[in-house]
Design a protein around this ligand. Structure first.
Ligand code: SF4
Ligand code: SF4
Length: 452
């Protein structure tokens, strides 16, 4: 027991298993869960258009999820556990409620509306508790820990002695057979697309993550792209799709647009989810400041941007990019060591919130995603001939390899490590095979596979 507290048994298992947040930035879970918080809030409000991996996990592994939550609650002495999901996920709610009833567990299910971004952790906290995380703060400031529902399933696996080796990935968009694949960590993205029947268009781009917040890659970049522990979706889009074109606009042009085209209508602010929970996030003022050079303190609002994309992909009538301006400004401010100074919450912002939520169907229409099927095939297992496993899966430091080229490894074997005190995650072989490279990442050739 490293810190002399009994909760380390659970946290050590999580650390050993190499668990990171499955639904976003990949923050190491053993550094996030702490003893004695007031509320453990499970983020089960999957809200990125077209993605459905979390819902699959909720339906398929509801008993495992509830079992893990009971364990966490007891060991970390957490008085309240709430699963925050959308009311329309009725099958998932039924499965979870049944598992709760079977165990007699004291776990609540909160049902929210079908809007974007219901799965933003600060929005979910507001939904469930009515409280706003202070600007620049974290949920722990309110005594709350938020954990993605698939992360909770990984904790269940860790309690059974199993490390994070597999991921559930929604592969969808312009592919022949949209599907949820169960793949080893480190599987080539190209293989995932091929396993979904391949692209249905000759020229395409791939969004890793969801259409709103994911990162876009050209087909030519896919050779070096592999599945990380924090990945949940791949969206294939025809080259020239609205989202492709929109993300290609260079920053210089975006700033010129802010100068010449922004009409200061402030729709971007009025629909900003963070503004609507009381933060001083006013993208129209950031746009004005970057355009005119006046009121430079307004630029500090950019530090509060969660990069959800509502302002640029939904709100702005002029098709401008306040989000990208925020990211640009935020990076500059952080390089200069800027921190959020004004941590006040203005509750007046939220009185219009219920009328300004963005319904999922309207968002799909705006993003030109309606032609793609919302239903996908459920879990096909895919085994690649080789994997390339990164040494870092999201936030934190790289793991240190403990294998060498030529070593035989087995699925689940630890191949790179971090210390318990580190913000980082242990890495495990995701297939049985032979290590062929340890250079920035660890490549493993499957037993019977062909050389890379
Ligand atoms: S919504 Fe667009 S045009 Fe209106 S203030 Fe924001 S950036 Fe400018
Ligand atoms: S991306 Fe736009 S809408 Fe989302 S938090 Fe940032 S400013 Fe607000």
């Amino acid at each position: 027991m490293k810190n002399g507290v009994k909760d380390l048994q659970l946290l050590e298992r999580i650390w050993q298993a190499g668990i990171v947040g499955a639904g976003g930035a990949g923050f190491p879970t053993h550094k996030k869960l702490v003893k004695g918080v007031k509320l453990l809030l499970v983020n089960a409000a999957e809200c990125e258009p077209l993605l459905s991996s979390d819902r699959f996990v909720m339906r398929q592994f509801s008993r495992d999820i509830i079992s893990a939550l009971c364990h966490i609650r007891q060991e970390l002495e957490i008085p309240r556990v709430v699963i925050g999901t959308k009311a329309k996920y009725t099958k998932e709610i039924d499965a979870l409620q049944q598992a709760i009833d079977e165990r007699g567990a004291h776990i609540e299910i909160h049902r929210s509306g079908s809007y974007y971004p219901a799965g933003d952790e600060q929005i979910l906290i507001y939904e469930v508790t009515g409280q706003t995380v202070p600007p620049g703060g974290i949920p722990l400031d309110l005594g709350i820990v938020v954990s993605n529902v698939t992360t909770v399933w990984h904790i269940h696996q860790a309690l059974q002695g199993k490390a994070v080796t597999d991921k559930f990935i929604t592969v969808t968009g312009a592919v022949a057979h949209p599907v949820i694949l169960r793949v080893p960590v480190g599987t080539p993205v190209k293989d995932c697309i091929a396993a979904a029947g391949g692209a249905t268009v000759s020229e395409y781009v791939v969004i890793k993550g969801g259409p709103m917040m994911g990162k876009k890659y050209a087909a030519s970049q896919l050779d070096h792209l592999h599945i990380l522990k924090c990945d949940g979706g791949l969206v294939v889009l025809e080259k020239g799709h609205y989202l492709d074109v929109f993300s290609n606009v260079p920053m210089e042009h975006i700033i010129n647009q802010a100068k010449s085209v922004c009409i200061q209508c402030s729709y971007c602010t009025e629909l900003c989810p963070r503004y609507l929970i009381g933060h001083r996030m006013r993208p129209h003022r950031v746009m004005r400041s970057i355009a005119t050079g006046t009121q430079p303190t307004d630029l500090e609002d950019a530090l509060l941007c969660c990069e959800c994309g509502v302002c640029e992909l939904y709100a702005c009538p002029m098709h401008l990019s306040p989000r990208r301006v925020n990211i640009y400004v935020k990076n500059l401010l952080r390089q200069g060591g800027a921190k959020v100074r004004d941590k006040t919450v203005d509750p007046r912002h939220s009185h219009m919130r219920e009328y300004r939520q963005i319904e999922q169907g309207r968002l799909m229409q705006r993003l030109d995603l309606l032609p793609y099927p919302r239903q996908v095939l459920e879990q096909e297992v895919y085994q690649p001939a080789s994997v390339s496993i990164a040494l870092r899966h999201g936030i934190g430091k790289e793991a240190r390899p403990v294998v060498a080229v030529g070593d035989k490894v087995q699925k689940g074997q630890c191949i790179a490590t971090v210390e318990f005190a580190d913000v980082g995650s242990n890495i495990h072989a995701s297939i049985d095979g032979t290590v062929t490279s340890v250079d920035g990442c660890i490549q493993i050739l499957a037993d019977g596979g062909k050389a890379l």
